[in-house]
Ligand binder design. Structure first.
Ligand SMILES: [Zn+2]
Length: 311
């Protein structure tokens, strides 16, 4: 995603969407980081909780369901959904919505995360049944990780209190679950089986940002960017090094991030002609030298030599 923000043509009709999506991903990432901090304070149990992050399991033949964090314990399971919302959040589960109010912005209606985790739970139960796994109690929680967010409740207070907490309350809430479910449901064997099935059936999404935003290779800006200044004119290859004409920065390895962008956005393999077009080089032997020095493996095929970009 970051590669796309760097490389997509600024006049692409969805450029603003790309930048916004990138911002959302970043915010999500920071939020999870702060949840990780609280995870370190989970109650000590024997065996300890197993934490599975971003599990994406099959639901039907063509569809999947995804859970931010799934905590497995022999007595119960917990689905944790992380939200890094800012501003004032009014939970209104009666109308399946959360109203977000951020200063100087219009009111926003967000999808109800309580309903979202409820759906995840139902799909998880179906999945466990399809695998003939023993059914153990499942709890679900939405963790609000932004410490400055203000939480209000507009309807069904009990439901919101049961399923929504701020991150510092996580430890106590899990202690309560341990009291609520004192009996061990899973044998050691079942516990291992569920863990290994989670890992085996986890299917990370293949939807690349390229497909999502309808980016074609000609939308990607070619050239090696200067790491030191913000000029948009690409660096030029000069006596075995890259030179920025704008700030005179010289680098022998400035093509490495450019190659990484290519691998992420266009293709993990590249041939000499494509390489010259992308790095804006004239001579085939220069292109060959650069790609070989980057540690790329190559494949000789009937269509010529292809290099596998090392990232
Ligand atoms: Zn420069």
């Amino acid at each position: 995603m970051k590669a796309l923000t760097r490389r997509a043509r600024k006049d692409h009709w969805r450029y603003q969407d790309i930048v916004r999506e990138h911002g959302i991903k970043q915010a999500g990432y920071k939020g999870e980081q702060s949840l990780d901090y609280y995870m370190d304070f989970l109650p000590k149990t024997n065996p300890p909780f197993s934490i599975f992050q971003d599990l994406r399991l099959p639901h039907t033949k063509e569809s999947f369901f995804q859970m931010d964090n799934t905590l497995l314990h022999p007595n119960f399971m917990l689905i944790l959904e992380v939200k890094n919302y800012k501003g004032t959040l009014s939970f209104d589960p009666k109308f399946q919505q959360v109203i977000q109010e951020v200063e100087n912005n219009p009111l926003l209606s967000l999808p109800d995360p309580i309903l979202q985790v409820k759906m995840q739970e139902m799909k998880l139960i179906q999945w466990m049944k399809s695998k003939n796994l023993p059914l153990l109690p499942i709890e679900r929680l939405i963790v609000m990780v932004n410490p400055k967010a203000v939480i209000k409740v507009d309807s069904l207070h009990g439901l919101v209190e049961r399923h929504v907490i701020k991150a510092p309350a996580l430890h106590d809430r899990i202690q309560n679950y341990l009291k609520k479910y004192p009996d061990q449901i899973l044998s050691k064997k079942d516990y291992k089986r569920i863990s290994s099935l989670f890992i085996k059936e986890d299917t990370p999404s293949e939807t690349s940002p390229i497909i999502q935003f309808g980016i074609i290779p000609s939308d990607i800006i070619p050239g090696v960017f200067c790491q030191r200044c913000i000029t948009t004119s690409p660096m030029t290859w000069h006596h075995g090094k890259w030179l920025c004409k704008h700030c005179s920065f010289v680098s022998a390895t400035a093509h490495l991030p450019a190659l990484e962008d290519y691998a992420l956005l266009i293709s993990p393999t590249i041939n000499n002609k494509e390489l010259r077009r992308y790095l804006l080089l004239d001579k085939p032997h220069t292109a060959r030298r650069i790609i070989q020095s980057s540690g790329a493996d190559y494949i000789n095929s009937t269509q010529g030599t292809f290099y596998t970009i090392k990232i």
